[in-house]
Structure formats: structure tokens, C-alpha cells
Design a protein. Structure first.
Length: 586
């Protein structure tokens, strides 16, 4: 009973997936319909060719009417040419429609991934997402471009062949169909096994892509600790798993194809034996026997293709299930239906009894309350894990709090438009991500409202122009993935220029000068004094020397706000801050 429920559930899932896949083809229904009509015409022509030759054998060859044979040859040639044209048009239309559909799906998945919350990326490997957007989406191409219409073509062809054979001779048709139950049983078994093997193969592919993405990104660390051999063994194990999965998939085809072929040969031998006897007795003509022989060869071919197409369809369904798992993932952070739009953000930030946990009730922040006035410079300090960086993420609403309220200029950030909120906050992080492209594009980040002049001004403002102007192509200088050709200091300077180009009302810096050498830090400190002027500035720093001149320093400890005041006030207090300060001096 349990097994039956599981089968029923799986069928309902498959049906739902298939319906969703069909919805992507809806805008191209007229193309699909045209291809289907062409397939019907092609099938009709394929059924007509053996009849044309069989009739010629009975009417013209036996009587020696060679003019009739020549006429038949001309008609046969015309049928072949028309079939070629129809096949070309049908293939072209289906490929065009298929590529358009795949393009739309890929765009939708990538766009949806952009909308997902950071929590999703915290728990989802990059390699898995890459597999979904590339391999799994491409697996659907074969379904749209070939399988759907050809599936119908083969079904129609099988029915057409059966009807024509029955109409010509019932007895021969009976012998032709005698092995049909075995073929149907074999096909159903193949369908069941192939679906399971496709699923396993897709899963193994995802695993190896995830492994590659992670370990190629961490190649420097692997080489530093000389773990190449161990990592090679791990990859070899995963590669062997994928090899075995693909091998099982191939073996299913390797067994199925010859099995169908053997049955077709047995059926053909039977027809030749029985049909030959009927020809000798004069019950049927040699032309009729020829038609049946050709139809038997044609009859098993679409059955074999049908089973393989069902297998490909199973593969597409398995990929579609994984794609829809991503598309069904709901973003945790959503815009309100009627967001409050501020005419201008001044930068007053208030935390009111905020409780926050990334998971369950493992509280990162516990009943945190503070106020930051517009233009104020506030620094957060504390041990690792105290909740400093979490506060910065919450201000931009990259995560939602469980209790309390966070307001900007008196408006709850949950009631604000997230685009307006985040565009008002400029973040400079310790780990700077540089995209493949050039210097200019990494400052602009596809925002065409930022002119080249604005880019140069921002770079000059944070002293980034000093190293940019020394590059061979200055602002058009190509940079590789993650900015591998730039130093840590240069990447950080680019990050400052990037932030300034967007002219934010609130400036957030998470260990912004942690990877900067002393000379570069001096340049940045000069720029920061100008950059922070008139902006609400929030800083997180372990080096207390960099935040001594802040208007307010907030000390976090185990998720709670423990102390607050200026540098001198906190030293006089003699609490956690003084201990941290003395430790750094020592």
C-alpha cells in the first residue's frame, strides 16, 4: 500500500513537472503546430513509399511495363525530395523554438537566483547552482527540439503502419504483431530503469561540479598545505561514481537496443517464412510481401525510438525537477506590497530590542538597542562571534530579524523598498570581490548612470587613481577573475572607489583596512576623512587604533551590547573595551 502511494505521488510530481514544462512552450505553439503538421506529412510520405514500390512490382515489373517503372521512379524521387524539404523545415522550426525556450528558462532561473536571500547562498553550494543553470537547463533542449514532436510522430507512425498492414492482409498482420506484448513489456521495463539511472547520473554530476567549484576556488590553500594527492583521491572517487552512473545508463541502452533488434529480426523472419508460403500458393502477390517486409522494418524502428525518446524525456524530467526546486525556492526577504518611499535618506539608524539568529534560536544578537544619528561615526568592536558583522547585514536587510525593530529615519526597514534601502548604503568589506572585465566596469558595476568622469573622480577621491594611472590601459586595464592580478591593497582601493561612485548616504565598513599595507592605509585614511563627511558611517574593526576618533564606540560581547561611549570614556570605564585595548598594546 505504501509503495502504491509512493508511485502515485511520483506520477503526480511528474505530471506537474510536465505541465510546467509545457507552459514554456505556450508562446511558441504556432511553431510547434507547424512542426507537428510537417511531421504528419512526413509520416504519410514514409508510409506511401513502400506501397508505391510494391504496387510497381505487381503492376509494372511482372508485366514488363518499363515505362510504368520509370514513372514510379520519378514519383519516388519527388517523394524523397519533398520529404527532405519537410524534414529540413521541421528540424529548423523545432531547433529555433527549442533554443528560444531554453534561453527563456535559463534567464528565468538566473533572474530568480538573484532574488533569493543570502541565507540561501549560505547553505547552497555554488557548483550546484551552476549545474542547474547550465547542465540541467541544457538537458531540456533535446526535449523541446526533438522529443515532443518526434514522440507524437512515432506514435502516429506505429498506428499508421498497423492500420495499413491490417487493411492489406489480416493473417500476415497477426504474425507481425505476435511479438508486440514482449516489446511493450520490454519498453516499460526500460522506461522504469532509465528514469532511475538518469536521476543518479544527474545527482553525481551535481556532486562533482560542486566539488570542482569549491576546490578550484580554494586551490591556493590546497597547495599551501600540500594536499594535492589527497584531493586528487577524493576527486577520483567522485569521478568514478559519475563514471559508474553514466556506465549504468549506457548499459541500459546497450541491452535494450539489441533486444528490440532481435525481436524485429525474429518478426521479419516469420513474415518472410509465412509470406513466402502465401506467395507460392498465390494467396498474396510479391508486391504485398515486399510492402510487409518494409513495414516490419519500419514498425520496430519507431518502437525503439519511442523507448529511447521516453528515456530522454525521463532525463529532461529529472533535470526539470531540480530546476523547479530552485524556482520554487521563495526569497526570505520580500518587498512590501506598498513600500514606504523616502524622498531622501538622512541616515538615522535605530535598533529597538533586536533579537536575531541565523538558525533556530541560536541567537547571534540578544535584545540589542542603540541609535546612530545622521552623519555620526560609530564603530563596533568585540571578540569574534560577538555579532558585529551581523549588525551590518541587518541594516541592509540581507537577513530579517526575529524580534524587535530596525528603523532608518524613523521608518521600519521591513516597510521600505529594498532597492532604495540598499542603494543608500555603501558597503566596503574585508574580502573584495572583483569581476572579470576591466577596472572601469568593476567600479561602475553595470550602472550606466555613472559616467566615466564620475568613475575617475571617485578613484581620485580615494587615491585609487595613483595605481590605476600606472597600468598599461589605465581604466580599461583587463582584470581576471577575483582580481588575481591586483594586490590586496589595490582591490580594496577599487572597493572604495566603487562605493563612492554610488554616493551612499550611509557608509558601512567591515574591516575595510584589514588587508592594507601601512602606506596604502595612510592614503585611505586621508580619503576616508573626506568620504565620511556628511555621511552616517558604521565601522567594524579589530584594530582599535583605526576607530579611536569615532563619535561613538559600541562594544559587543556574546551577542549583547555591553558598553557604549567615546574612546576615552570607555577607557575610563575600565571594562571590556579597556581590556581589548590593553591586549592590543601588549
Amino acid at each position: 500500500m505504501k509503495k502504491r502511494r509512493e508511485i502515485d505521488y511520483e506520477k503526480s510530481i511528474q505530471g506537474n513537472v510536465l505541465m510546467r514544462l509545457m507552459s514554456y512552450a505556450k508562446p511558441y505553439w504556432h511553431w510547434m503546430l507547424t512542426a507537428f503538421i510537417l511531421v504528419l506529412l512526413i509520416t504519410g510520405l514514409e508510409l506511401y513509399r513502400p506501397v508505391l514500390v510494391g504496387n510497381a512490382m505487381d503492376e509494372f515489373i511482372n508485366t514488363g511495363n518499363f515505362s510504368g517503372v520509370q514513372k514510379t521512379a520519378i514519383i519516388y524521387l519527388m517523394v524523397l525530395i519533398i520529404s527532405f524539404v519537410f524534414n529540413f523545415l521541421q528540424a529548423w522550426i523545432l531547433q529555433l523554438a527549442g533554443q528560444n525556450i531554453i534561453y527563456n528558462i535559463r534567464q528565468e532561473v538566473f533572474h530568480h537566483v538573484h532574488k533569493l536571500s543570502l541565507r540561501f547562498f549560505d547553505i547552497t553550494p555554488v557548483g550546484r547552482l551552476v549545474t542547474r543553470i547550465t547542465n540541467d537547463v541544457e538537458a531540456l533542449n533535446e526535449m523541446y527540439a526533438n522529443i515532443l514532436v518526434k514522440l507524437l510522430k512515432n506514435i502516429i507512425k506505429i498506428i499508421g503502419l498497423a492500420l495499413v498492414m491490417l487493411s492489406i492482409n489480416m493473417k500476415l498482420s497477426f504474425y507481425a504483431f505476435i511479438l508486440l506484448p514482449f516489446i511493450i513489456g520490454l519498453t516499460m521495463l526500460f522506461k522504469s530503469i532509465s528514469r532511475a539511472t538518469y536521476r543518479v547520473a544527474r545527482t553525481k554530476l551535481t556532486i562533482i561540479n560542486t566539488y570542482l567549484s569549491e576546490h578550484i576556488s580554494g586551490m591556493k590553500l590546497i597547495q599551501i598545505f600540500a594536499r594535492e594527492k589527497e584531493k586528487y583521491k577524493e576527486f577520483e572517487e567522485k569521478s568514478v561514481d559519475l563514471y559508474k552512473a553514466n556506465f549504468r545508463e549506457m548499459m541500459v541502452f546497450a541491452i535494450f537496443r539489441p533486444s528490440i533488434y532481435i525481436l524485429s529480426v525474429v518478426s521479419l523472419v516469420t513474415i518472410i517464412g509465412v509470406g513466402g508460403d502465401l506467395v507460392i500458393r498465390g494467396t498474396i502477390t510479391i508486391g504485398t510481401l515486399y510492402i510487409f517486409i518494409q513495414y516490419i522494418n519500419s514498425f520496430f524502428e519507431p518502437i525503439q525510438e519511442l523507448a529511447e525518446q521516453l528515456g530522454t524525456l525521463q532525463s529532461a524530467m529529472a533535470s526539470a525537477e531540480k530546476i523547479f526546486t530552485i524556482l520554487d525556492e521563495e526569497p526570505m526577504i520580500v518587498n512590501p506590497e506598498n513600500p514606504t518611499m523616502l524622498t531622501g535618506i538622512k541616515g538615522r539608524i535605530e535598533f529597538q530590542q533586536v533579537w536575531f539568529a541565523y538558525e533556530g534560536e541560536n541567537w547571534i544578537l540578544k535584545d540589542v538597542s542603540f541609535t546612530i544619528e545622521p552623519g555620526q561615526r560609530v564603530a563596533f568592536v568585540g571578540a569574534t562571534g560577538a555579532g558585529k558583522s551581523s549588525i551590518l547585514n541587518l541594516i541592509g536587510r540581507y537577513y530579517d530579524i526575529q524580534k524587535g525593530k530596525i528603523t532608518i529615519d524613523g521608518v521600519d526597514i521591513k516597510e521600505m523598498n529594498t532597492d532604495q534601502l540598499r542603494s543608500a548604503i555603501g558597503q566596503v568589506q574585508q574580502e573584495v570581490f572583483i569581476f572579470t572585465g576591466d577596472i572601469k566596469s568593476n567600479i561602475r558595476l553595470k550602472n550606466e548612470t555613472i559616467s566615466d568622469e564620475d568613475i575617475k573622480k571617485a578613484a581620485a577621491y580615494v587615491n585609487a587613481d595613483r595605481f590605476i594611472e600606472q597600468l598599461n590601459h589605465t581604466y580599461e586595464e583587463a582584470v581576471s577573475e577575483r582580481g588575481a592580478t591586483l594586490s590586496a591593497g589595490q582591490r580594496q582601493l577599487l572597493s572604495f572607489a566603487r562605493t563612492l561612485a554610488y554616493d551612499p548616504a550611509i557608509l558601512v565598513m567591515d574591516e575595510a583596512t584589514a588587508n592594507i599595507d601601512t602606506e596604502t592605509e595612510q592614503l585611505i585614511q586621508e580619503a576616508l576623512e573626506k568620504l565620511m563627511e556628511g555621511r552616517t558611517t558604521i565601522m567594524v574593526a579589530h584594530r582599535l587604533s583605526t576607530i579611536q576618533h569615532a563619535d561613538k564606540i559600541i562594544v559587543m560581547h556574546k551577542g549583547k551590547l555591553r558598553e557604549s561611549g567615546t574612546h576615552q570614556e570607555l577607557l575610563n570605564l575600565g571594562g571590556i573595551y579597556k581590556k581589548l585595548y590593553e591586549l592590543q598594546i601588549q
